[in-house]
Design a protein around this ligand. Structure first.
Ligand SMILES: *Cc1c(COP(=O)(O)O)cnc(C)c1O
Length: 391
């Protein structure tokens, strides 16, 4: 029989095998699913270059898979710059998008070869005054998005009316202004805000071009593309439909790029935790897992996500149950009021859609180590290649 091109590491037998080999807790990262997500978004946004934002899952295997697919990177810290550098990524494929940088962060990115940076205020623009030949800027605009789960326009971005003055400042200092960037927020329900921001940015670009304030040939529409958690969302083709219309109306000389994070990695990983022990309290079975809110489930706090969780074991009988994390803190509870089959120590619990903002924001509170990330299907045609990480 022909061996399959890829294993499906989310199948129960594979999950058990990987836990047997690498221990628990695990985050199982499937690079084939990264490829599928990348291609789906590329199909939904034809002509838009996709810069994977490393922040939700800064794993080398994701970076390599995105690059292998012809993608680009959105780097925001010196750590992310060093990772891309260590992996031999061509610096032309990277932009640096943190609006606030130390001189050393700029120097590290420049030393790697990154040329395009983001600024959203006069002080930050002035940091590039001595680098006018080496670096160019995208100016970050803020369009408030009260509907988004995480409104990223609150902390960063200048008001639309400050764009032209900022561009004039940059032009006056001899700094090249390549265009504008925005990030309307993560896990947005529909593309309304993206379209509004894109349309408003296009007008600002046209105004800045009329004043000859720079090349202004780039519009970066940020991330925010949503995925299914416990609540399903619009499929990506439908979500992007109004965006495709808006992009098509732009002048052809404007290159559009996006910075997807969650959409690429969220569905591409599952979290696997083990029952450490159990207790019956007030009519409920409490199961204490080796991963929790201070670990891979940290996204339930920081990212307001609700991961679909289920035991790997099946059973007819269902009892009211609580899944709790391992730490001694009482807020460390993953899910309550679940109806689960009776579980024993060593039983495995799987959380779905746990690739984004999970392991990345986990801590080692109480000395419970972070989950090991195991990347599977690293190369196409390579059945079940595996790399645990950190090495
Ligand atoms: C976090 C972040 C992203 C990724 O956002 P997602 O909602 O995960 O797609 C993109 N761009 C910037 C500037 C970010 O800070």
């Amino acid at each position: 029989m022909r061996r399959p091109r890829f294993i499906d590491p989310f199948q129960p037998a594979e999950v058990r095998r990987l836990v047997g080999e690498f221990g628990s807790p695990l985050v199982i990262l499937d690079c084939e699913r990264v490829r599928v997500q990348f291609r789906k978004l590329r199909k939904a946004l034809p002509g838009v270059d996709l810069h994977y934002a490393l922040k939700p899952m800064p794993h080398p295997a994701v970076v390599q898979t995105v690059i292998e697919q012809g993608g680009y990177l959105d780097l925001a810290t010196s750590g992310e710059v060093h990772l891309a550098q260590r992996l031999g990524v061509v610096p032309d494929r990277c932009i640096h998008t943190h609006p606030i940088k130390r001189e050393q962060d700029i120097a590290n990115a420049l030393a790697f070869g990154v040329r395009l940076f983001v600024a959203d205020n006069p002080d930050e623009v002035r940091k590039f005054a001595r680098l006018s030949g080496e670096a160019e800027l995208l100016l970050r605009v803020s369009f408030r998005a009260p509907g988004a789960v995480c409104d990223l326009s609150r902390k960063f971005g200048c008001d639309p009316e400050d764009v032209l003055p900022l561009a004039r400042l940059a032009a006056g200092l001899g700094i090249g202004v390549r265009g504008l960037t925005f990030h309307v927020g993560s896990q947005t329900a529909d593309a309304t805000k993206h379209v509004e921001a894109l349309t408003a940015s296009a007008k600002l670009i046209a105004a800045a071009r009329r004043e000859r304030l720079g090349v202004l040939d780039t519009l970066d529409i940020g991330g925010g593309f949503p995925i299914d958690y416990a609540q399903p969302v619009q499929d990506i083709g439908r979500f992007c439909a109004p965006l495709r219309v808006a992009v098509a109306k732009l002048p052809t000389r404007v290159r559009v790029i996006a910075e997807p994070g969650r959409y690429i990695v969220g569905p591409s990983a599952i979290g696997v935790a083990s029952v450490m022990g159990r207790a019956r309290r007030e009519g409920h079975w409490w199961y204490y897992l080796d991963d929790g809110l201070y670990g891979s489930y940290s996204g339930q706090l920081f990212d307001h996500a609700r991961y679909p969780v289920e035991p790997l074991r099946d059973g007819e009988e269902r009892l009211p149950s609580v899944l709790a994390g391992p730490t001694c803190d009482s807020i460390d509870v993953i899910a309550e009021n679940l109806m689960l089959p009776p579980l024993k120590p060593g039983d495995l619990i799987v959380g779905r859609a746990m690739g984004a903002y999970t392991w990345a924001s986990a801590s080692e509170f109480n000395f419970f180590p972070k989950a090991t990330v195991v990347a599977v299907n690293l190369r196409p045609g390579d059945t079940g290649s595996i790399a645990p990480w950190p090495p």
